[in-house]
Design a protein around this ligand. Structure first.
Ligand SMILES: [Zn+2]
Length: 252
């Protein structure tokens, strides 16, 4: 079954491949992908490019929020087949290359397996596993970037450090589009419980849950109007409202 891109705002598309989202941003005929799903996403990437009238050569970059296998997906195939740059925060590069402590998807298995009594968590794990979650394709060449800079790729993302879910997790503010791509720092549906609305991911999938909570404070002041994330539907509203919602849920 082919996956169709959904327009979020002009030039920004969401690709919901199972329970995982990634985003495509167009600028002057060039394309950047923000995350790229699970390891077996290459076919989906090609299908989406086709539907939007882009060829593989138009993919300039894959920009990663973090190195979990359901986000770094087929970045290596995109790098090789499209000639695209793959960019990640300097603290996250080891994970993206499969060389950091905790890179292995099996490090998430003990925590996740305790949650499999939840129908949503079971569906998420089965779906991601079918798409190669346990067999990541590490990226051989990665460009490292710093926090608080603007990257020279379609979307002109400002890098907002949001560590916690992983050590080098970042979010991207696309100021011209009014969109924040929050990855898994603040999701709009918890992949473990399935509850919709802005929230933190479950602590069992976070490297440092206390830091995830601190990172909400960084996101609170971002001036975008649309929140998109790794899991769940786009959410319209201010970031201060989104963060307030996440804190309420966290305290409940
Ligand atoms: Zn993640």
């Amino acid at each position: 079954m082919s996956v169709s891109p959904e327009r979020v705002v002009d030039g920004v598309y969401r690709v919901a491949d199972g329970a995982v989202n990634w985003y495509l941003v167009e600028e002057d005929g060039h394309v950047a992908l923000y995350d790229c799903g699970c390891p077996r996403s290459w076919g989906t990437v090609r299908g989406v490019l086709d539907q939007l009238g882009h060829d593989t050569a138009s993919v300039e970059a894959v920009v990663l929020t973090h190195g979990h296998p359901d986000h770094l997906g087929s970045a290596e195939e995109i790098r090789v087949n499209c000639g695209a740059r793959v960019l990640a925060h300097k603290t996250e590069v080891g994970r993206v290359k499969g060389k950091a402590k905790g890179s292995s998807p099996f490090s998430l298995v003990p925590g996740l397996s305790l949650q499999l009594w939840r129908p949503h968590a079971l569906g998420f794990v089965l779906g991601a596993t079918a798409k190669g979650f346990l067999m990541p394709k590490w990226v051989k060449e990665v460009e490292a970037f710093e926090s608080d800079i603007t990257l020279d790729v379609p979307g002109k993302p400002r890098v907002i450090p949001t560590p916690g879910h992983t050590e080098g997790h970042v979010s991207f503010e696309l100021a011209e589009h009014g969109v924040l791509i929050a990855g898994d720092a603040l999701v709009t549906q918890d992949p473990v419980t399935g509850n919709p609305g802005p929230c933190l991911t479950h602590d069992v999938v976070a490297s440092d849950p206390a830091k995830s909570r601190q990172s909400l404070g960084t996101l609170e002041s971002v001036g975008t109007e649309v929140l998109v994330s790794g899991h769940g539907d786009p959410w319209l509203g201010s970031m201060s409202d989104a963060v307030a919602h996440a804190r309420e849920r966290d305290a409940a």
